[in-house]
Ligand binder design. Structure first.
Ligand code: NAD
Length: 379
């Protein structure tokens, strides 16, 4: 069987789906060939020579698409310029982020071409599948990078210092939403010496926030924010009003706000108003990690860095790609381990729909679009 990887074509996408190290692993595990488009790893600092040394064959993009039985990608195949799907082998397998619900045209094309497509964003979030969980790997990187971006645009240290030239107070930071990205932002900011406060609608995360050395701030209303499977649910109007009142007070006091609040399948809740941004001190920074889902902050422009009065608002939607070597390494590990888990012990590749993870992630199979499997029951 031939595994193939092409260079990503989305604007500003620097990641590559496989690292040279995982090329060597796939060959060792019995795949016949790994074909890589020339220059595929260049922007992630994986030069062609490293792939060659690992045993890959470097070819043109058309050759990769034509010869691969299994194609690994980061972003969904493009539908433009005749499209990557058109050039793929009939009956081939694709593993990539797909966001199938938002891309019905893509799903139709994949089914028509008889591609067996797996969405890395549909991997069920169960314990056994944690090693394949690319959403968590990327969220971890986004949280880390959000703090670095904020500090780059903040005019002071994050840590407090006593120097001969004067005493420097530590930066104060508020992190809204303590899922994977929020916890990563909290951990990073703490390591850099900031005073951090975390907020989430799910009280179960209090201990995690506190164990990272941050304060967990709360509203007085009691309402359970956990929905099925440990995920967040939409909160009542009263709760949202109460948390926004708290955020208004915090905005006057903190220097950096990082927002990560999301509810699966819904637009991001608007939690930081124009008025709150205007109340922040000059030089403050807001990083809105929910920008792609519409943003938690009313003045965020998705994909852009903007200024509102004296505050910098960062709405980048490609934070993992801004740390391309790290994100490619972790994504490649997720995707390779997933591929190896589908392959049977006899080194044969077989799709077993009885397997909960396979069924959870599959989007199209044998020419048909499959309905999304029900999410796993809450633990
Ligand atoms: P996410 O990115 O979907 O959401 C981010 C956070 O925003 C969540 O913590 C949510 O509670 C919070 N939020 C939503 N509305 C809010 C509001 N109005 N105000 C403040 N905060 C709000 O979350 P995620 O990183 O995908 O993680 C969600 C849960 O899934 C976590 O408990 C995580 O540990 C769990 N998880 C489990 C696995 C696994 O077991 N394999 C893998 C990944 C995540």
């Amino acid at each position: 069987l031939t595994v193939g990887v092409v260079r990503e074509t989305s604007p500003n996408e620097r990641r590559v789906a496989i690292t040279p190290q995982n090329v060597a692993l796939l060959l060792k595990k019995g795949f016949d060939r790994v074909v890589i488009e020339k220059g595929a790893g260049e922007l992630a600092q994986f030069p062609d020579q490293q792939y060659e040394s690992a045993g890959a064959t470097l070819v043109s993009k058309d050759m990769v698409l034509k010869e691969s039985d299994i194609l690994l990608k980061v972003r969904a195949p493009s539908l433009e310029d005749g499209g990557e799907i058109e050039k793929m082998k009939e009956g081939a397998t694709l593993i990539s982020f797909l966001y199938a619900t938002q891309n019905p045209e893509l799903v139709k094309k994949l089914a028509e071409k008889n591609i067996n497509a797996f969405a890395m964003d549909w991997i069920p979030r169960i314990t056994r599948a944690q090693v394949f969980d690319a959403l968590s790997s990327m969220a971890n990187i986004a949280g880390y990078k959000a703090v670095l971006e904020a500090s780059n645009h903040f005019g002071r240290f994050l840590t407090g210092q006593t120097t001969a030239a004067g005493k420097v107070p530590p930066c104060k930071m508020l992190v809204i939403g303590a899922g994977v990205a929020g916890l990563s932002a909290i951990a990073t900011a703490r390591r850099m010496g900031a005073i951090v406060r975390g907020f989430d609608t799910r009280p179960v995360v209090r201990e995690q926030v506190q164990s990272l050395g941050a304060d967990f701030i709360e509203v007085e209303i009691e309402e359970e924010g956990s929905g099925g499977g440990g995920y967040a649910k939409e909160m009542s109007k009263e709760f949202i009003e109460a948390e926004m009142k708290l955020f208004m007070e915090q905005c006057k006091e903190v220097d950096i706000v990082i927002t990560t609040a999301l509810i699966p399948g819904k637009p991001a809740p608007k939690l930081i108003t124009e008025e709150m941004v205007a109340a922040m001190k000059p030089g403050s920074v807001v990083v809105d990690l929910a920008a792609e889902m519409g943003g938690n902050c009313a003045v965020t422009k998705p994909g852009e860095l903007t200024r509102y009065k004296d505050v910098t608002i960062i709405g980048y939607t490609d934070l993992p790609s801004r740390l391309p070597t790290q994100s490619s390494t972790l994504y490649s590990n997720n995707v390779t381990k997933f591929l190896l888990s589908i392959s049977t012990e006899e080194k044969q590749f077989g799709i077993n729909l009885e397997d909960e993870v396979v069924r959870g992630a599959i989007v199209t199979h044998q020419g048909e679009a499959l309905p999304r499997a029900a999410p796993p029951a809450p633990p």
